[in-house]
Design a protein around this ligand. Structure first.
Ligand code: NAG
Length: 338
């Protein structure tokens, strides 16, 4: 019964922010992921994937089900980070994986084998002047992808953060320059792009905020930049970096706070409605909804008890994720009536 009350509070959003605690899913002993586990992503079946599989930053693998390799970048220099699955015009599943070191995005396509790997992989878009890319978002109606990236310096300048887009033609275009950018997400109606921005001064992190833009999913054009949430003003946590961000089907935004093992949840108006703490994870890097119904929120990061490993926590049944629904999977609901 206690659970019902918590759900009601989260759904209504009319009270002070609800405090929720995730449960351990993948601990240090069984995890095949290294400490830079990142880029949580969901496929059409609801399986969750992440990078730093086999303790290798050039490799992605599955978090749920048997832990297996999904993709290994052909170049050992690669540093893969964000992942997103998509469906192409013919309805076939594909995946995009970003490479922060070689300034490119791989596209995985073709028949998936029994082990989940794709038949084909190749470079989809690239530009040597991209700062990274770090994370990736997608507008499924057009297949257009959006990329963040940063140059971590002691004193941030505009230009230490990037926003790029690649259309279905694979042509990369810079949309803007910022202080350091990292988390990136497209709203369920594809009308808003969210992007995190952080500033350093004299070696200390002094600002962390989420920007929102009006988005044209066809052209990638971003307009009307505004501050969606500023963590310095919200809860004096300006010094804690934002990492991955995801939306649920109602347009709520889930923002990871790397370094304090916490996720902050905002409604579409920018009001804080909940915080989620991760018992096994200190530095939470990314998150995604998965599971067969799309209602399980997986959060990944460095293990609290074993910093040389990557851990995963899960919070079940609070909301329906957006990414899985976009792929045509999921179909779950919660007591919120989503
Ligand atoms: C990153 O910033 C440093 C210090 O300002 C600068 O020297 C370097 O060229 C920058 N790197 C890129 C790729 O912009």
């Amino acid at each position: 019964m206690k659970v019902t009350i918590v759900l009601a509070l989260l759904c209504a959003g009319a009270h002070a922010a609800t405090e929720l605690t995730a449960t351990p899913f993948l601990g240090a002993t069984e995890s095949k992921f290294g400490p830079t586990i990142e880029g949580a992503a969901v496929d059409k079946a609801g399986n969750i994937y992440a990078v730093d599989f086999d303790n290798n930053i050039a490799t992605a693998g599955s978090v749920t089900g048997p832990q297996k390799q999904l993709f290994k970048a052909p170049d050992a220099e690669a540093l893969i980070n964000g992942i997103r699955f998509a469906v192409d015009k013919s309805g076939a599943e594909e995946a995009y994986v970003v490479d922060a070191k070689l300034h490119q995005v791989y596209r995985l396509s073709g028949q998936r084998g029994a082990d989940g790997t794709f038949a084909n992989s190749g470079v989809f878009c690239k530009d040597s002047t991209m700062l990274q890319p770090n994370d990736i978002a997608i507008a499924p109606s057009t297949g257009r992808i959006f990329l963040s990236g940063m140059n971590y310096t002691a004193d941030s300048v505009i230009g230490n953060g990037d926003l790029w887009t690649c259309g279905a033609d694979g042509v990369a275009k810079r949309l803007g320059q910022f202080y350091r950018t990292n988390g990136i997400e497209v709203s369920p109606d594809e009308k808003t792009l969210y992007l995190s921005e952080a500033e350093n001064k004299k070696g200390a992190v002094t600002m962390n905020r989420v920007l929102a833009f009006d988005l044209d999913a066809a052209t990638g054009e971003t307009k009307n930049k505004r501050v969606f949430v500023d963590f310095g003003e919200l809860d004096k946590s300006a010094a804690t970096d934002i990492d991955g961000m995801r939306t649920d089907v109602s347009g709520n935004l889930y923002v990871t706070r790397n370094g304090i093992g916490k996720v902050s949840v905002f409604d579409p108006s920018g009001k804080l409605t909940a915080t989620i703490s991760t018992p096994s994870i200190d530095s939470i890097t990314n998150l995604e909804f998965g599971g067969p119904a799309g209602t399980d929120l997986y959060m990944v990061g460095k293990c609290k008890d074993t910093p040389a490993k990557g851990c995963v926590d899960v919070l079940k049944g609070q909301a329906v994720g957006n990414a899985l629904k976009r792929l045509g999977g999921g179909g779950g609901s919660t007591k919120c009536g989503q």
